[in-house]
Structure formats: C-alpha cells, structure tokens
Design a protein around this ligand. Structure first.
Ligand SMILES: Cc1cc2nc3c(=O)[nH]c(=O)nc-3n(C[C@H](O)[C@H](O)[C@H](O)COP(=O)(O)OP(=O)(O)OC[C@H]3O[C@@H](n4cnc5c(N)ncnc54)[C@H](O)[C@@H]3O)c2cc1C
Length: 305
C-alpha cells in the first residue's frame, strides 16, 4: 500500500513526487514515456524561473526527474489503464497489475495530450524546426517572421492573436467557408492588421532546407496550389481525447478535471495537478506549482487518516 500514487511524470507529477518523497511518504510514480512530460519535446524553454539563459526542454525534463529521484521516489514505466477511486483505498491498474494507495494525484497532462496532427507532407520533418502546436510556447522565436496558423476555431484565433504580437505577418489558413471561432474572438482577429485570412484552403506540404521556409497551399475550390513563404506554422486543428480512464471525476465539457485551489477533485483523497485540470495557464511553472500544492494537500489528508 502506497501513501501516494502519482499518475504522470511531467512537471506536475514530478514536483508532486519531490514533495511527497521529501516528506518521507511512500510514493509511486507511474509514467509510460520519458520523464519530463510535454516539456521534454520543447526545443528551448525561455520562461522557467531560475534558468535565466533558457534551457533545452529535454534537459529541464531530466533535471525535474533527477530532483524527484533524489528523494527516493519509486517510479515505474507504466501507463495507467484504469482507476477505481470509490473506496478509501484507491486502486490503480497499470499493465494489468493493481496498485493500492491512500491518495492519488492525477497529473496526466492535457486530456488528449497530443494535439491532432494535420497530416500534411513534411509536418513531422519540420516539427520543432518551424512547425509547432503551441503559440504560447514558441511565438517569441518568430519575431518579425511570417507565420501561418492552420485551423478555424477559438484556439486558432487565440494562437493567431498571440503570434501577432511577435510575427511580421500571420496568415490563418482554414478549410471551411467560415470560421468556427466565437464571434468576439473572430472580430478581434479581424481588427488586427497583421492577421490575414485564407478560407477554403488547405496546407498540403511544409518545405525548407534545415528550417521551415514555405508552405504549399491548395485552393479547395479551384485545386490551384500556391507557395506561401513562412518560417513558422502553428497547427491548431483540435486535440485527441484520452480521458476514458479518468471516469468518476468531475470534469468540464472539454474533459479537464475540476479542482479547487487546493487541487482537490470531487473525490476525497484524489487530487489533480497541471495541464489535466481546468485552469487559465498551462505552463511548466504552473504545473510545478500545482504539483507542490497537490502533494502538500495529500499529506494533510494522510495526516488525518
Ligand atoms: C512543444 C511544446 C513546447 C512548450 N514550451 C513551453 C515553454 O517554453 N514554457 C512553458 O512553461 N511551457 C511550455 N509548454 C507547456 C508545458 O510543456 C506544459 O504546460 C507542462 O509540461 C505541463 O505539465 P504536466 O505535468 O501537467 O503535463 P505533461 O507535461 O503533459 O505530463 C503529463 C505526463 O503524464 C503522462 N501520462 C499521460 N497519460 C498517462 C497514463 N494513462 N498513465 C500514466 N502516465 C500518463 C504523459 O506521458 C506525460 O509524461 C510546451 C509544450 C509543448 C508541447
């Protein structure tokens, strides 16, 4: 029986593990991939306090993992398939094996962590070399550059508006006749002189030498193709849902877990931290802060048992 089982080894889970381990509780961390979570795939992180010169995402991920390891946290490379949180003893099932705990911290990242891929030629090749799925993360790398945003929903408009603060020109490319974004957001984007719109068009190919240089765009009505110079391409065509195993917890309409400011979920003894919960800013610094709070509140819960 563990005191704390933590689901997910990203910044939120690793910080929770560090706090739980340092307080000498018996902690198990379950993570199927590389430790560090999503930040490990970021080429460069410029906004995590303390690293004033910036740091590679992969290195930051490793440092976070080493920090948790130092406090004796047990970690297993396993994906959680099912959880049963109903009783006072929580059951976590991973690779067919059952693990028991008094508290559980869910830190599995954005529901559907993986942004939906566009499926265009060259997308994978130029990922991190011009192709991105997160303007909040990468926009500052495109100062005075030309970028495209692919998508037509709220997120695409937000990405375009954020990018317009850095880029020289932002072109929104969307397949449909009209945008699906909320009218207010759309009006804001239309009022921004740096933003241009291309409806009923689709990106077919990303091209360049080492870095992205241009995108091939097809007019879906005439089938005519044209090249658009762009050093950045931000894909915002939805996310893949992956929340089935988190059943029983109160979530919002997008699948984010609802917590209070103590990271407590609707089930006593179960906490959520980081990108997986409903919140206003999804970054490493807020994920780490959530992890620290979740573990501290889990410890308070354990003390009362
Ligand atoms: C390309 C990119 C660049 C970014 N750049 C920045 C930046 O510059 N600055 C910044 O502050 N933020 C940046 N971010 C955002 C930042 O990475 C996230 O906000 C942060 O990683 C969230 O941490 P988390 O621990 O909540 O979730 P995640 O980092 O998503 O970690 C969740 C972990 O849970 C694991 N998991 C998922 N399902 C299960 C399961 N069923 N069982 C067990 N484990 C599971 C996943 O494998 C993953 O490792 C960037 C994100 C991306 C994608």
């Amino acid at each position: 029986m563990y005191d704390m089982i933590i689901l997910g080894g990203g910044p939120a889970g690793l910080t929770a593990a560090l706090y739980g381990g340092r307080a000498a509780y018996k902690v198990l961390l379950l993570e199927p991939g590389a430790f560090g979570g999503k930040i490990a795939s970021a080429a460069w992180v410029d906004n995590y306090p303390g690293f004033h010169k910036g740091i590679e995402g992969a290195e930051l991920g490793q440092l976070l993992a080493q920090h948790a390891e130092r406090f004796g946290v047990e970690a297993k490379k396993l994906k959680v398939e099912k959880i049963d949180l109903a009783g006072s003893v929580k059951k976590v099932i991973a690779s067919g094996k059952e693990y028991l705990a008094k508290t559980v911290i869910i830190a599995t990242g954005t529901p559907g962590t993986l942004p939906r891929a566009l499926g265009a030629e060259g997308e994978e090749e130029f990922m991190g070399r011009g192709v991105s799925y997160c303007a909040t993360c990468d926009a500052p790398f495109f100062k005075n550059k030309d970028v495209v945003v692919i998508g037509g929903g709220d997120e695409a408009m937000r990405e375009a508006l954020h990018l317009s603060r850095f880029a020289r020109k932002v072109t929104i490319v969307h397949r449909q006749k009209q945008f699906q974004a909320a009218p207010k957001l759309l009006q804001k984007a239309e009022a921004e002189p740096k933003i241009e719109f291309m409806l009923e068009t689709a990106v077919k190919k990303f091209e360049g030498q080492q870095l992205l240089e241009k995108v091939m765009i097809e007019d879906l009505k005439t089938k005519r193709q044209q090249e658009l110079e762009a050093q950045g391409a931000f894909i915002s065509v939805g996310r893949l849902p992956d929340t089935e195993f988190l059943e029983g917890l109160e979530k919002d309409e997008k699948g984010y877990i609802i917590t209070n400011e103590n990271m407590e979920t609707s089930i006593p003894g179960v906490f959520a931290a980081g990108d997986v919960r409903r919140k206003s800013l999804r970054q490493v610094v807020t994920a780490a802060a959530d992890g620290a709070i979740a573990a501290t509140m889990a410890i308070k819960y354990l003390e009362k048992l």
